[in-house]
Design a protein around this ligand. Structure first.
Ligand SMILES: [Zn+2]
Length: 203
C-alpha cells in the first residue's frame, strides 16, 4: 500500500532512470561517479529503488537523490520529479500507481507540454511586439517589446524542433531543454497570474 507521494514516486520512477535523466552515467556494473563527493572511481551504486555511495555514504531513494542533487527540499524534489517525469501524482496520493512510466512516455508527455507552453509564449511575444511597440522614436523601449525582438527567433526554432524534429532530436531536447522549459512555464504562470489579478478601478 502506497501511503504518500514519496512512495508513489519511488515505485513509479526507477532510480536508474532518474539518475540518467539528471545526467549521471551508469556503467555496466551499475555504478556512477558520485555527484556528492569528488569521485574518481565510480562509487555510487544505483539500485532499482535506491542508491548508495561506497565513498561518502550518501544514500536514499529517488526523491532523496533529487533533493540532494539540486539542493532542494524533499517536497520540492517530489514536485520536480512529478513534473519532469510527466506524472500526475498528488500529495494525498492514496491509490497505488500501478504502472511505471517508461522514459518514452515521460518524453512524450514532456514534448506535449513543451509544445503547448512554447506556443503560448510565442503568441504572447507576437502580442507584445504590437502592444508595447514604441509610439514615438525617442520613447524608451518597453522590456516586453525588447523581449519580443530578442527571444522570438530562439524560441520559434525550439518550437519547430519540438514539433517537426526527428525522434532523436526530440529525445535530445527532452534531455537538454528541461530547465529552459520549466523556467518558461513558471514565468508564464506568473504572467498569467498578474494579468488575471483584479484590477483597481481608475479614479
Ligand atoms: Zn559519494
Amino acid at each position: 500500500m502506497l501511503n504518500n507521494i514519496y512512495d508513489a514516486l519511488r515505485s513509479s520512477i526507477p532510480m536508474p532512470d532518474a539518475a540518467r535523466f539528471y545526467g549521471l552515467e551508469i556503467n555496466r556494473a551499475e555504478f556512477a561517479a558520485c555527484p556528492f563527493h569528488p569521485d574518481n572511481t565510480p562509487s555510487l551504486k544505483i539500485y532499482e529503488e535506491h542508491y548508495y555511495c561506497f565513498g561518502c555514504g550518501a544514500h536514499g531513494d529517488v526523491t532523496d537523490f533529487t533533493a540532494r542533487l539540486f539542493r532542494i527540499s524533499q517536497y520540492d524534489a517530489a514536485v520536480k520529479l512529478n513534473a519532469d517525469f510527466g506524472l500526475h501524482l498528488t500529495d494525498q496520493q492514496s491509490v497505488p500507481m500501478q504502472q511505471t512510466v517508461s522514459p518514452e512516455v515521460a518524453c512524450r508527455n514532456w514534448l506535449h507540454s513543451a509544445e503547448r507552453i512554447l506556443n503560448e509564449y510565442l503568441n504572447m511575444l507576437c502580442r507584445w511586439r504590437m502592444e508595447y511597440a514604441p509610439k514615438t522614436p525617442d520613447e524608451k523601449l518597453h522590456p516586453h517589446f525588447v523581449e519580443s525582438l530578442t527571444k522570438m527567433e530562439q524560441y520559434r526554432f525550439l518550437y519547430e524542433q519540438i514539433r517537426f524534429g526527428s525522434e532523436s532530436e526530440k529525445r535530445r531536447l527532452y534531455l537538454t531543454e528541461h530547465e529552459t522549459l520549466r523556467k518558461l512555464a513558471e514565468r508564464m504562470k506568473q504572467l498569467t497570474a498578474v494579468k488575471s489579478a483584479p484590477k483597481r478601478k481608475a479614479i
